[in-house]
Design a protein around this ligand. Structure first.
Ligand code: ADP
Ligand code: ZN
Ligand code: ZN
Length: 855
């Protein structure tokens, strides 16, 4: 028997692993063949984590497949099985292969995405004495010392370097390695995450009255009585609890165990982030008519395949489209309620669900609603969990103890044994795309994973991505719509509190709420009228009225400091970062300039470096500038600023929001983060200070992004019984994305935008591959890009793939970042993947399949 194993070689840490000038993309999926020694033959299975010899090293690997024979000569034996329970399921192994092929990513990287955190062991460098070492001639003292230290056994490099003469030691080691006296080797470190255990105690014999009376040790008596009180034979009590309650020591417990009254054992404890949430379970509300229609359709999709679900192991032969639905409904139209029902239905079929949300910190309400409905068997996966917590969650999920996994992007890889449903809420969000290799999009992964496991996918959004709506309209997904908002209690009961009170469901009103009115203010006209302020008259008046009425307002900026560049009024010179070439942003709190790519700070110069004029000033409005202006205009108002500057600390989001919800502030000023999923009933005015900030970026999705953001913002107001007003300030008042967002008209936006995409053959009508070069030296980056472009061009000619189009080579919009230059070449066409099959991409290049932006 032989095993095909993908090896976790430290090589994979590099940007383009396994890729050299002779191998090409085929090498990405490389596995190695090993023989299976007799003592492992019984146990070895696909998906297991094993250790194998690899050159002179011992490395971890995953068994991708077993085979009866091999053409490879002189194979080596697998060393050992790290964990007999497979780390990856069959479906996940398939998924990893698909990820690798579709995203041109090394198979090992794809496999590691599905690894439990912490199980993936790191390697460390060891220094060993070469047994066949040549003799040292005239050795230096340090060399002799090193050889002496290593005579017993090899030592980790960092341990050797823990020395006052660190530099000299490093040099000595290098020299000795060069002379083959020492060997540099790699060794696996044990996994960092360990299970947590606790000692538990249970009675094995119910002590009789006589026995108790005969006991002369009062502490032992106390323990036995305590255990009887807690339920006698049936109850398991932790040793910690026992000692705390009775004052017994460990030796007391040992004595009782020796006398066969009780048994004590180690038990795994799960570190559960939801453990101390006390959520009262709630009953689902009656669906509205509209919801009912949608639910019927989804239930049909869920039950159609439910009965005859094929086992994941045979999935290679099952190729059918996933059953997928797009749930298109404005915020507050009851989509989450539909997700909850679908999860419950799947659960009733004995299957499990994954629910993906774009950013977990911003969706406490969603998590609460799932916790209310599925109190005990819910797992939360997100980046702020400790390693131990994540490891435990992963193990519980794999063990089938969890029915619903909620998490951000990477939760798609949760190892649920019998997956029935994947929900992607806010499917259009850019955070579903991973920006390092493998550069996967969780939606595409979900669809593939669902196909492999015969699960269903529900994509939900108020502003679906063009890709998703296009496919839905073509019938690839079932298109389901919720057009009406559901009226809730409207008294602020739904709060952003991290421990909200249980939500009481009121019967939904028959009337849907009219969307809030959006006013588009033409800032060019303001300027003509002599108003040079960043606040239009309409916005200023609106704020005054809102404050006078004791209500709340939100002022929204597209991006932190996007417009606060520093420009010379005389010559137009813009101050830029010397490393990144990125316009600098003025920060008034320290009166200095900051680069938002590399975070370097600069002093504000007194003169223009170009023309020596003194009239060099910051322009536009960042959140700080807006805050200052608010304080100036409305000194009595309490303003709160929310952006990445003030919310990097853990829990800062929640605290700020809590403050605002409690009406401890009147005006909230922030970037797009505040546009996300929160219900703020006292907010009656939302002002978008500059609706154009993202509109003029050199990216084909700029309109789509702007439309999505503005629609989301417009949805902030009018969520309560109070009437809502939204003001968009813009220099492009007739732009279709802005007009459509103001009119809450997705369809109008879609029609217009899809024509633009079709005219230029952009996605969803085509596919893109972005090839990005990042490296030092402007000239080199350009030369690389020009050369690659020429190569690709030639290849298109060879393949006769005349439908493939190359864009570039060009410097990226973000041309320089952290001292490195960025150039790209973009491939556009129906099947751009073909171009890169068996292609050898030079070092320094990255591939981004279906890129989310081209900046
Ligand atoms: P979405 O996910 O589309 O934003 P939600 O599912 O969160 O919408 O619904 C909006 C509000 O309406 C929530 O407070 C939810 O509890 C409530 N709700 C949803 N469906 C019903 C229903 N059928 N009856 C009563 N309240 C409902
Ligand atoms: Zn100047
Ligand atoms: Zn910089």
């Amino acid at each position: 028997m032989f095993a095909e194993i993908v090896v976790n070689a430290p090589l994979s840490r590099r940007r383009v692993p396994y890729l050299n000038r002779t191998e090409g993309f085929a090498a990405l999926a490389q596995t190695f063949t090993y023989s299976i020694p007799a003592h492992l033959a019984e146990q070895l299975q696909a998906g297991q984590l094993v250790t194998v010899p690899f050159g002179a090293r011992k490395l971890q690997g995953i068994v991708m497949a077993l085979a009866d024979e091999t053409t490879v000569e002189r194979v080596k034996d697998v060393y050992e099985i790290v964990d007999v329970v497979p780390v990856l399921s069959r479906a996940q192994l398939e998924l990893a292969r698909w990820l690798s092929a579709y995203y041109f990513a090394p198979l090992i990287e794809c496999v590691l995405q599905m690894f439990p955190p912490g199980l993936e062991a790191d390697t460390r460098t060891m220094i060993a004495l070469n047994p066949d070492a040549p003799r040292l001639v005239n050795p230096k003292q340090l060399h002799v010392q090193l050889v002496e230290r290593l005579r017993e056994r090899p030592l980790p490099l960092d341990e050797l370097l823990r020395d006052v003469r660190k530099r000299e030691t490093q040099q000595a080691i290098d020299a000795l390695v060069r002379r083959r006296v020492l060997l540099r080797q790699t060794e696996l470190l044990p996994p960092r995450a360990k299970e947590k255990h606790e000692r538990i105690v249970r009675l094995i014999a119910e002590p009789s009255e006589e026995v108790l009376a005969a006991l002369h040790a009062p502490r032992q008596l106390a323990v036995l009585q305590y255990l009887q009180q807690r339920g006698g034979l049936n109850v398991v009590v932790s040793a910690r609890e026992l000692t705390r309650a009775t004052g017994a020591s460990t030796s007391t417990l040992r004595a009782l165990a020796d006398a066969n009254f009780m048994r004590s054992e180690q038990r795994t404890v799960w570190r559960d982030p939801l453990a101390d949430l006390d959520v009262p379970p709630t009953e689902p509300p009656t669906l509205t008519d509209e919801q009912h229609g949608v639910w019927e359709a989804i239930r049909e999709l869920l039950t159609k395949d439910g009965g005859r679900r094929t086992a994941a192991s045979t999935s290679t032969s099952v190729f059918h489209l996933p059953s997928a639905a797009l749930l298109f409904g404005v915020t507050g139209s009851g989509k989450t309620e539909i997700y909850l029902r679908a999860v419950a239905e799947v659960l009733a079929q004995g299957r499990q669900s994954i629910v993906l949300v774009p950013e977990i910190a911003l969706t406490p309400q969603t998590i609460w609603r799932f916790a209310e409905r599925f109190p005990n068997r819910l797992a939360l996966l997100h980046s702020q969990l400790s390693m131990g917590e994540r490891y435990d969650q992963w193990r519980r999920i794999r063990a089938g103890e969890i029915d619903v996994v909620i998490g951000s992007r990477s939760a798609i890889f949760a190892p649920l044994p019998n997956l029935g449903l994947i929900v992607l809420d806010e499917e259009h969000e850019a955070s579903y795309k991973q920006d390092k290799s493998p550069r996967y999009h969780a939606r595409e992964v979900a669809l593939e994973y669902a196909r492999l496991t015969n699960a269903m996918v529900i994509l939900g959004s108020a502003t679906p991505s063009l890709e998703t709506m296009w496919k839905a309209r073509r019938g690839e997904y079932r298109l389901l719509e919720l057009r009406e908002r559901i009226e809730t209690a409207g008294d602020g009961r739904q709060t952003a509190d991290s421990r909200p009170r249980p939500i009481v469901h009121h019967p939904p009103s028959a009337l849907s709420r009219p969307p809030s009115a959006v006013e588009i203010v033409d800032m060019r006209a303001e300027l003509k009228a002599g108003n040079t302020s960043i606040f239009s008259r309409a916005l200023r008046d609106g704020l005054a009225q809102t404050l006078a009425a004791g209500e709340q307002a939100i002022l929204f900026l597209n991006r932190r400091g996007a417009a606060t560049f520093v420009m010379c009024r005389d010559c137009g010179y813009v101050l830029r970062c010397r490393r990144c070439d990125n316009p600098l942003t003025y920060h008034s709190d320290q009166d200095d300039l900051v680069c938002h790519y590399c975070n370097r700070r600069y002093a504000q110069p007194p003169h223009c470096p170009n023309c020596w004029s003194r009239r060099i000033k910051h322009f536009g409005a960042g959140t700080q500038k807006v805050e200052e202006l608010v304080r100036q205009l409305f000194p009595q108002a309490r303003a709160l600023r929310w952006d990445r500057d003030v919310t990097t600390a853990k829990g800062a989001h929640a605290r700020l929001l809590k403050k605002f919800v409690a009406h401890e502030a009147d005006i909230l000023i922030g970037t797009q983060m505040i546009a996300k999923g929160l219900d703020l009933p006292l907010v009656t005015l939302v002002g978008v200070v500059s609706a154009d900030t993202s509109l003029h970026l050199p990216d084909f999705r700029a309109s789509e992004r702007t439309f999505q953001l503005l629609t989301q913002v417009a949805g902030r107001a009018g969520r309560s019984r109070l009437a809502g007003n939204v003001i968009f300030q813009t220099y492009s008042p007739t732009h279709p994305a802005i007009v459509a967002a103001a009119q809450h008209d997705y369809d109008a936006f879609y029609e217009n935008e899809i024509q633009f995409r079709a005219a230029l053959n952009y996605p969803p009508l085509s596919r893109l591959l972005r090839l990005l070069f990042v490296g030092r030296g402007e000239a080199r980056a350009r030369a690389e890009a020009v050369a690659l472009h020429r190569q690709l061009h030639e290849r298109i000619r060879q393949l006769g793939a005349s439908d493939l189009e190359l864009i570039g080579p060009a410097p990226c919009f973000v041309h320089k970042m952290r001292g490195e230059y960025r150039w790209h070449v973009i491939v556009k066409g129906a099947e751009p993947h073909e171009l890169l099959r068996d292609f050898v991409l030079p070092l320094g290049w990255r591939v981004d399949v279906d890129p989310m932006d081209l900046l």
